[in-house]
Design a protein around this ligand. Structure first.
Ligand code: ADP
Ligand code: GLC
Length: 499
């Protein structure tokens, strides 16, 4: 690695399995676009490394071949391409793409096949992402561009720090960001040889995790620093139950863990200029928000009624997101009366239950199963309130989008939800910080009580207006958090890995 350094030269390789708008299954896709763009605005030279799924290759117009990897242990041959990812009108981020048809050129999602099952070769698919990430971060790199830091995201890039650990030459320091500890990248012990890792790395002080290999554990064990996406989640993962078995390791590394709250892309998610919604609006023009409510009710086949409170929810229909308790309160919610619109896809039984509910009460409950970026913007703009009863939430982006759109969220007090939503009380209304409603017990009962609190506030026009104004005045931009990441990168420059 370069021996002279000025702050302006800081170079970072950001390794991620998904990036918006090329490929997105959740918040990591959004973060992988917006954080590098914010870091580049701070003059950090960040470049992405992503797998060449079909939609990535077709979504990037000008690509150059810059390297070939033909002989990497048991991985199929791959080519490295270089391109620019347009993040928004004013920013683009350089991106390296791994073109490996044998592993990435297929229909289906980045992690799951068309029937919703994990791809059986995910170990190899993300082993290759990690392997090439580690090569580009070491003096084995075929490129002239050498990063000081390799920033890994979630289990799919977890083997980067492991490969680097076993590289004896010069190498970048590594930061491992946990976006969700529940996904651990676990594969059978036989993968160790297949991935070209030394056999003696398969032990507790290494990549082994309860008899298997875990990519995430490997990353957390070997990286120089760990971060996660909110201060509260950084604490929660150091004990049960949210440590998901990794709490012991995380406790021993607690001095190397930072909790940095995610920001949002305030250009992409901006009610004053959003091209996806029928009518843009500012916090002073709430009457135009009502036009979006009507459009949403019409589009979803709900009764068109400006006065009934309309709640939205958008998520991966999963245990994490608490969809089961959302379903449990749905019938009580419509009796209040209120309306519910849900957009999501995920667990088959939750999809079926939601669809059945919406067919039974079509004018009160609407469910759209699938992934629909445009509709997600309309829901943020058209709903009155937003529901996020997540069991756990490392950060969560939708509660920030909804506040920015003047749609106060009702959230479980956990992780990033706790850090970004201020409960509405007389005191917080008086000091101007109230921005939503929090509930503590992960029960349908407590959730419903809190929805009732929100509805009572909704019917008091003065209180609701104040709440909406507070929400829309909050700064959720990446600026402050990007500075925190840059501070971590700079602190790692003194790491023994870097000359
Ligand atoms: P997670 O990453 O755990 O799914 P986040 O709140 O961080 O949760 O981010 C979820 C992102 O994915 C948001 O941008 C949200 O709008 C989007 N999203 C989730 N489900 C859908 C869907 N069915 N259609 C469109 N966007 C969705
Ligand atoms: C994960 C988390 C979510 C977080 C996102 C981006 O998917 O579940 O809470 O916002 O990553 O960091």
């Amino acid at each position: 690695m370069p021996s002279t350094f000025s702050r302006r030269d800081l170079r970072v390789l950001f390794v991620t399995p998904e990036v918006y708008p090329l490929s997105k299954t959740g918040g990591l896709g959004d973060v992988s676009a917006a954080l590098p763009a914010a870091l580049r605005a701070l003059r950090v030279d960040v470049r992405l490394l992503i797998p060449g799924y079909p939609q990535v290759l077709s979504g990037l117009k000008y690509k150059r071949k810059i390297a070939k990897f033909d002989t990497l242990s048991q991985f199929p041959p791959a080519t490295l391409l270089s391109a620019k990812l347009p993040v928004n009108a004013s920013t683009s981020v350089p991106v390296f793409i791994i073109d490996c048809p044998g592993l990435y050129q297929r229909e289906g999602g980045p992690y799951l096949d068309e029937s919703g099952q994990d791809w059986p070769d995910n170990g190899l698919r993300f082993g290759l992402l990690s392997k090439i990430g580690a090569i580009l971060a070491s003096d084995d790199s075929p490129l002239a561009w050498h990063p000081h830091i390799v920033h890994c995201n979630d289990w799919q890039s977890g083997l980067v720090p492991a490969y680097l650990n076993f590289h004896s030459g010069e190498k970048a320091a590594s930061l491992m960001t946990i976006h969700n500890l529940a996904f651990q990248g676990i594969f059978p012990p036989g993968s160790v040889a297949q991935l070209g890792l030394p056999s003696d790395s398969f032990n507790m002080q290494g990549v082994e995790y309860y008899g298997n290999i875990s990519f995430l554990k490997a990353g957390l064990y070997y990286c120089n620093h760990i971060s996660t996406v909110s201060p509260s989640y950084a604490k929660e993962i150091q004990s049960e139950p949210l440590g998901f078995g990794m709490q012991g390791l995380l406790l021993t590394r607690r001095k190397s863990i930072s909790g940095i709250i995610n920001g949002i892309d305030t250009t992409e998610w901006n009610p004053t200029s959003d091209p996806h919604i029928p009518r843009t609006y500012t916090s002073n023009k709430q009457s135009t928000k009502a036009i979006n409510k009507k459009a949403l009710q019409l589009a979803m086949g709900l009764d068109v009624d400006p006065d009934i409170p309309l709640f939205g929810a958008i998520n991966r229909l999963s245990h994490q997101k608490g969809c089961d308790i959302l379903l449990q309160v749905a019938l009580e919610l419509i009796k209040i009366p209120a309306q519910l619109v849900v957009l999501g896809s995920g667990m088959a039984e939750l999809e079926v239950e939601l669809t059945t509910l919406s067919k039974t009460y079509p004018t009160k409950i609407a469910a759209t199963i699938g992934f629909n970026e445009k509709l997600s913007h309309l829901i943020e703009a058209g709903a009155d309130g937003f529901l996020m009863p997540s069991r756990f939430e490392p950060c969560g982006l939708n509660q920030m989008y909804s506040q920015r759109y003047g749609t106060p969220p009702v959230v479980h007090a956990t992780g990033g939800l706790l850090d970004t939503v201020v409960d509405c009380t007389p005191a917080t209304l008086a000091d101007g910080s109230a921005s939503g409603f929090l509930f503590n017990d992960m029960t349908a009962d407590d959730f419903l009580k809190t929805i009732h609190r929100a509805v009572t506030a909704y019917h008091n026009k003065k209180i609701w207006r104040r709440l909406q104004k507070n929400c829309m005045a909050k700064d959720f931009s990446w600026q402050a958090s990007a500075v925190s990441y840059r501070e971590i990168y700079l602190s790692l420059l003194s790491s023994p890995n870097i000359s």
